[in-house]
Design a protein around this ligand. Structure first.
Ligand code: HEC
Length: 167
């Protein structure tokens, strides 16, 4: 009798453990794609930012060596187009040890802050001005605009929303 009771209890608690385990396992399965999609977004964000960096470097070289107005226009147009897309790169709380994104990017409800949006608009307008001065075909003016784009369009946002390098 007592042996039976024990074994039944054993079976019940066995099921309970199995249930707990499967609940635990399924929530782990659910958590997995979320974590990896955040990491993928951060990785993509870095590629995206580096691409902007390359467009900027390309413009600097084209100006310095007076290589081509039309290529400057192409890079500046790409930068202007990329400004709005930046807003989709920062889903709520997408921070990690590999990211320098600061919490100030987000409002308390997880939406991107008005100040951050404003910085993307500054970048777009400075890049558009770059297109205009490049269309005028004046390297001196373009050089001035390169400085403005870097200061207002890039550093303005980095100062407030990008933290120190972790590595
Ligand atoms: C609206 C804000 C904003 C603007 C405007 C902006 N950036 Fe950034 N940038 C960031 C943030 C935030 C990070 C850090 C992202 C992270 O580490 O997850 C970053 C990171 C970078 C990185 C480092 C990428 C890496 O691999 O770590 C480069 C390069 C970069 N930005 C270039 C630029 C250039 C060039 C411009 C101007 C044409 C620019 N950014 C404009 C917010 C901005």
């Amino acid at each position: 009798m007592s042996i039976n009771k024990t074994s039944r209890r054993g079976a019940v608690s066995g099921i309970a453990i199995a249930l707990m385990f499967s609940v635990g396992a399924s929530s782990m399965v659910n958590a997995e794609p979320r974590k990896s999609s955040t990491e993928a977004m951060i990785k993509y964000r870095h590629l995206f930012m580096e691409t902007k960096g390359n467009h900027s470097q390309a413009i600097k070289l084209l100006v310095k060596k007076k290589l081509s107005y039309s290529h400057i226009i192409a890079h500046a147009e790409a930068l202007a187009a990329m400004a709005d897309d930046m807003l989709t790169l920062f889903p709520a709380g997408s921070m990690s040890a590999k990211s320098r994104a600061l919490p100030a990017i987000w409002n308390d409800d997880g939406t991107v802050s008005a100040e951050f949006i404003k910085q993307t608009e500054v970048m777009r307008s400075e890049a558009k001005k770059m297109v205009e001065v490049a269309q005028e075909g004046n390297y001196k003016k373009i050089k001035k605009q390169v400085g403005k784009l870097a200061k207002n369009g890039c550093r303005g946002c980095h100062t407030d929303f990008r933290g120190e390098e972790s590595e």
